[in-house]
Design a protein around this ligand. Structure first.
Ligand SMILES: O=C(O)CCC(=O)C(=O)O
Length: 289
């Protein structure tokens, strides 16, 4: 079992773990995600998150995004907000995602992040001191859920020599129609193609060091999965997801783990450890506070 996961991870850059969560556990997480969407505090600004255009990414990475390492913050779908700044859709279906400290601040997300199953996977992949650095609930809502363009997670969370590891858990069935992940198997073997780095005291606050790589459509394979499946994502593997044009949501819970032992976490990453956002050792952190 150990070798199978590790070999596949090394070969393809991702591994599909079916039945990682039970349907009832997904339902509990989904209820928590919807509860967050329905109760966005009035004081939160309406920030859009979209990956389709470079300037948008750099603009999105404003203070609201940048200071979300130790908070639960709300990012909207572009198609959810009208020209007047008001919501065009039901608030329960307006968000792109919530992040980035669910694993620290929300009891349900904390429980499913620091779980024995997650710890076992990290052991199997050989992590010595794994730490969770960020978490997101991604809604990919019916009809408006935006495309996520091809990228490597290491572009945003650069660590060396050991790349970060993503856990991506399907909370709904993820299909080709509602925007499942598409992976480029083996693409993790070609290094990190570009990085988004802090650009202190300048505008924009973040810059890419290189233009976006162009990946042929033929390199991607769709990975439709049933609710409760976890996809382990190597930090250097190229992946994407399409616009959800279907009437069904495609919720997912995702978080990233970095190795702390003998590994360098780049001080240029947008996300930094902070007093309210410690990079806690996964093996020793309790599920409940
Ligand atoms: O959930 C998705 O559609 C894509 C998520 C993803 O690629 C990421 O967060 O890196």
């Amino acid at each position: 079992m150990h070798d199978t996961i590790r070999n596949q991870f090394e070969q393809d850059g991702y591994v599909v773990l079916e039945d990682f969560l039970r349907p009832a556990e997904c339902d509990e997480i989904k209820a928590a995600g919807i509860e967050l969407a329905k109760n966005v505090p009035e004081t939160e600004q309406k920030t859009v998150f979209a990956t389709t255009n470079e300037q948008d990414i750099q603009r999105t990475k404003d203070d609201y995004f940048m200071n979300s390492n130790d908070k639960i913050r709300y990012f909207y779908e572009e198609r959810a907000i009208g020209d007047d700044g008001k919501l065009k859709v039901d608030p329960a279906e307006a968000l792109n995602k919530v992040g980035h400290a669910l694993h620290l601040l929300h009891p349900i997300f904390r429980c499913y992040t620091y779980s024995d199953r997650v710890k076992a996977v990290c052991h199997q992949l050989g992590f010595k001191e794994p730490a969770v650095v960020q978490s997101m609930y991604i809604y990919k809502n019916p009809r408006i859920g935006g495309e996520v363009v091809p990228h490597q997670d290491a572009t945003y969370l650069f660590t060396e020599p050991i790349p970060p590891l993503g856990f991506w858990i399907a909370i709904d069935d993820a299909t080709i129609q509602n925007g499942c992940l598409w992976m480029a198997p083996g693409s993790h073997k070609s290094g990190v193609h570009r990085r988004l780095t802090r650009n202190p005291d300048k505008e924009p606050a973040f810059i890419y060091d290189r233009p976006a790589a162009v990946y042929p459509e033929s390199s991607f394979t769709p990975v439709p999965v049933s609710k409760g499946t976890c996809i382990l994502i190597h930090g250097n593997v190229v992946h994407k997801s399409a616009h959800n044009k279907s009437p069904n949501s495609r919720h997912g819970y995702t978080f990233h783990v970095v190795e702390k032992k003998d590994n360098n976490y780049s001080p240029e990453n947008w996300l930094q450890e902070g007093e309210g956002a410690p990079f806690l050792n996964l093996y020793t952190t309790p599920q409940m506070v």
